[in-house]
Design a protein around this ligand. Sequence first.
Ligand SMILES: O=C(O)CCC(=O)C(=O)O
Length: 277
Amino acid sequence: MQNNRLTDTKIKKYNENGYLSPINILSSYEVIQLREELNNIEKKWPNQINGLNRNNIHYFSTLFSELAHNFKILNVVESFIGHNILVAGSVLFLKEPENKGFISWHQDGIYQGWKPYNSITAWIAITDVNESNGCMRMWPGSHKNKFKKHKDTFDKNNLLTRGQTIENVPLKETVPIILKAGQLSIHHPMTVHGSGPNLSKSRRIGFAIQSYIGANVKQKNGNTYVQLGRGIDKYKYHKHISKPTKFMDKNDLILRDKANKELQKILYKDSKKIGKY
Ligand SMILES: O=C(O)CCC(=O)C(=O)O
């Protein structure tokens, strides 16, 4: 990798498997800063990152905003969705120690409303992640077979919005995504993936930019707010917002609330019920 640009072999691997990992992004100092930022927010404003508010922390945390706009991540993402990149959302995937919370087998693109599917999820490990603390597992090649049927379960331990689940995934074919804190894993919107509970004694934290989209991508189920990640947006399909300039700015929080309400409408379109997130 040169200047964090992926080699042709790596690009081929992503196209074959529908995911790529691990990719080194952050130093241990940067990871510690992010964890401290989270601890601070949780201590003083826990409701700002709970439930629906696990979405879009990068609207009001300058540190997480910098992460969503990290040039190394953008260099990776550019190889797959092109130079004109929009940051269209983020999610904190936090698993408490010895907790039943899990993520069922699913494909990200099914309820996101993007068209065309020129998008990518970038998942950054904020702690080490492994099989005992509930790392993601990917089903290689599953992105080539379009969308599969998802059943909404609303299981109380499921950390997905609707508890949407694909049945009969061949577990033996799935691969654990083991990462050191600061490493990145990326996946295609049609790649089947999920993760088990955290059986360990410490937290597992992931931050997903979900998603980076190409400027040519429309939202067919509602409104999405975006930030320009790189390049230009000649299409202007979405409302552009600025990056935060200070921590916990009131106006940025108001904007984040609006964005999350719009996101909820999209993710629960045609659902009989609204879940926790
Ligand atoms: O954090 C996890 O275990 C799963 C996250 C996920 O499903 C995603 O980023 O698409």
